[in-house]
Design a protein around this ligand. Structure first.
Ligand code: PXG
Length: 457
């Protein structure tokens, strides 16, 4: 067996092409081009196998909240592996880090949310939630309430339940999805779909699609509504300010459970511990993963509010669900240390008071660029919409071409920004410093210039 350290880029790329099937990848195209090998990272920077330094404007995949290279997390994992590398949480057992992590999460979660079910990822968490809300309504004597309402272009993972809850058409097409009992309503994406309405008019219209769907299905059929506070993978879609208050009104009127998918917005991204706090939501269940361990080890979970937890606990009987790695002691020890760092170093406060206002002020200036139709964001999430006409919000003829071009320009110039169609998105580590934000924004401006030149506009 050869250590990867001794292999050069070409050797790694050849082995990769021969053996490695990547997520969400066209392997024919990748084989022709070759993978970029990321070798190490520190703070907000990555280094590839050719020695290029790249500012990571995506915090990995929206997850490395405390930044790279924190040896405290490595030490926590090392110590825990020596003491207890694995034991399960089935059969009346628990391990100290998992118990302490559940308690530490309950401390930062909204006041009425005091229980955690551990999983290995965001997708597994949403699978858990689908099972849990159906169990809840069964226990409540309303077994007809099985349908979950979700949103077109929401993202809730890639397992069968996760992808069904999500509203990504290209995923549904490949898997005969969604599974029965999951339906989708329009998203609150004013820039793309708001037409002649004002953002607030459109926000109300989009929220009222929920009421229309509940009435169409019949309230006796509807178990829950699931949504991200701000859609991440869909293109950093910040709903108009009229949207969430109207959704809250509708959920209360029909007594429908609210599932808030906090996989991206959780653990400080918006400048609050959770996106639910940013929008003043009172979820019955929250999906968590990513920033829970800052991505240093895989772990996810479901934070369960009082109403559902009380019913599950007080009714008794087994909830027949769980994973081998639910409450994994090493992942939990890393999660606990990650929470300690977020809290002791006041990183969430830093986002709210310094980093987010600075980033939002700087990226707002990109709206002056001739290629940019809108810039929006909350906390350390940002989106830049590329258009062919600033006034009409018209796109370029070939959908996604400008975004892909801009993304490639960014990587070539030492910046990771993702493209969702023709929307450039960012989600840097929460610890990004002001001078690193300056670097991010000046590189973004330069890459917009290069993209415009290439497009001939
Ligand atoms: N919910 C949300 C809101 C997510 O963003 C998941 C659930 C699923 O988590 P796991 O851990 O199962 O991947 C996610 C994941 C992208 C991208 O291209 C985003 C995610 C995953 C992969 C790619 O932006 N988010």
């Amino acid at each position: 067996m050869t250590s990867h350290k001794r292999l050069n880029t070409a050797q790694l790329q050849a082995m990769d092409t021969a053996h490695y099937l990547h997520p969400f990848t066209d392997h024919k195209a990748l084989g022709a081009r070759g993978t970029r090998i990321i070798e190490r990272a520190e703070g907000v920077y990555l280094w590839d196998s050719e020695g290029n330094r790249i500012l990571d404007g995506m915090a990995g995949l929206w997850c490395v909240n405390i930044g790279y290279g924190r040896s405290e997390l490595a030490d926590a994992a090392y110590k825990q592996m020596l003491e207890l590398p694995y034991y399960n949480s089935f059969f009346q057992c628990a391990n100290p880090p998992a118990v302490q992590l559940a308690s530490a999460i309950a401390e930062v979660a909204p006041a009425h949310m005091n229980h955690v079910f551990f999983t290995g990822s965001g997708s597994e968490s949403n699978d858990t939630i689908l099972r849990m809300v159906r169990r809840y309504w069964d226990l409540k004597g309303k077994p007809g309430k099985k349908t979950v309402i979700s949103r077109i272009n929401g993202y809730h993972g890639s397992t069968v339940a996760g992808a069904s809850l999500g509203g990504m058409q290209f995923m549904h097409e490949q898997g005969d999805l969604p599974i029965p009992g999951i339906v989708h309503i329009p998203q609150p994406y004013w820039f793309g779909e708001g037409g002649d309405m004002s953002p607030d008019e459109f926000g109300l219209w989009a929220a009222r699609q929920l009421e229309a769907k509940i009435q169409e299905l019949g309230v006796d059929q509807v178990a829950a509504f699931i949504a991200e506070p701000i859609q991440g993978a869909g293109g950093v879609i910040v709903p108009p300010s009229s949207y969430w208050p109207e959704i809250k009104r509708i959920l209360a009127k029909y007594d429908i459970l609210l599932i808030v998918d906090e996989v991206i917005c959780g653990f400080g991204r918006t400048g609050e511990w959770f996106g639910s706090q940013y929008f003043d939501l009172k979820p019955d269940l929250m999906t968590i993963a990513k920033g829970m361990t800052s991505g240093y080890l895989p772990m996810g979970g479901v934070i369960v509010g009082q109403r559902v937890a009380d019913t599950l606990i007080e009714h008794g009987g087994e909830f027949a669900h769980g994973y081998t790695y639910s409450g994994h002691p090493v992942a939990a020890a890393v999660g606990l240390e990650n929470l300690r760092i977020l809290r002791d170093e006041k990183i969430v406060e830093y986002v709210k008071q310094e980093a987010a206002p600075y980033l939002q002020e700087k990226i707002a200036q990109l709206a002056e660029h001739r290629l940019v139709g809108e810039v929006r964001g909350v906390g350390l999430l940002g989106a830049i919409e590329l258009v062919s006409n600033k006034q009409t919000r018209a796109r370029f003829a070939e959908k996604g071409a400008a975004g892909t071009l801009c993304r490639d320009m960014c990587v070539a110039n030492g910046l990771v920004m993702r493209a969702v169609g023709d929307t450039m998105i960012m989600s840097p580590p929460l610890v990004i410093r002001p001078e690193e934000i300056d670097e991010l924004v000046s590189k973004a401006w330069r890459c917009l210039d290069l993209t415009a030149e290439k497009l001939g506009v």
